[in-house]
Every structure is written in structure tokens, then in C-alpha cells.
Ligand binder design. Structure first.
Ligand code: ZN
Length: 84
């Protein structure tokens, strides 16, 4: 029996949370709101990829380093480009 336990260290993403100096801050803007009479709730989220709890791929600090999906063997079959 596996007795190991997972500890969730994920940070909640929210506007104006702590971010890396110089990176874009988290900005969550509500575009549609049912309370205001819209049919749905929709938000726009803008943030740096260094936000909250995350993994940095080698590509982050090594020119032509591996993207995060290449590290774990995951292949996004729908992706036509990995130039991000
Ligand atoms: Zn990072």
C-alpha cells in the first residue's frame, strides 16, 4: 500500500498577487457578468508565465532548450507551432 501523501502547494491566481519583478502582474477582468444581465460570466486573464506555482522549462533559461511538454513526454497533437 502506497502511504505517500500529496501536498498541494498551488497558489490561487488572483489580481495583483505577488509576481516576479519586471513581469506583467496578474490582471483578471470580468467581461460579462450574469449579475449585470449578461447570459454568461466571462473573464479575461492576463499574466506572466512566471505566475504563482509553476514549473520553468529549460527553454526559459537556455536558448533552444526543451519546452515543458517535451520534458514529460507529452505531445500536443493539436499544436502546429511551439514558438511561444
Ligand atoms: Zn518561472
Amino acid at each position: 500500500m502506497d502511504t505517500r501523501k500529496w501536498i498541494d502547494i498551488s497558489m490561487t491566481i488572483k489580481s495583483n498577487m505577488v509576481h516576479w519583478p519586471g513581469d506583467s502582474p496578474v490582471k483578471i477582468t470580468k467581461l460579462k457578468d450574469i449579475e449585470d444581465g449578461d447570459d454568461v460570466n466571462i473573464s479575461c486573464i492576463s499574466m506572466s508565465s512566471h505566475t504563482g506555482t509553476h514549473i520553468d522549462a529549460p527553454l526559459h533559461f537556455i536558448n533552444k532548450g526543451k519546452e515543458i511538454d517535451k520534458i514529460f513526454g507529452y505531445t500536443n497533437r493539436n499544436s502546429k507551432s511551439n514558438n511561444y
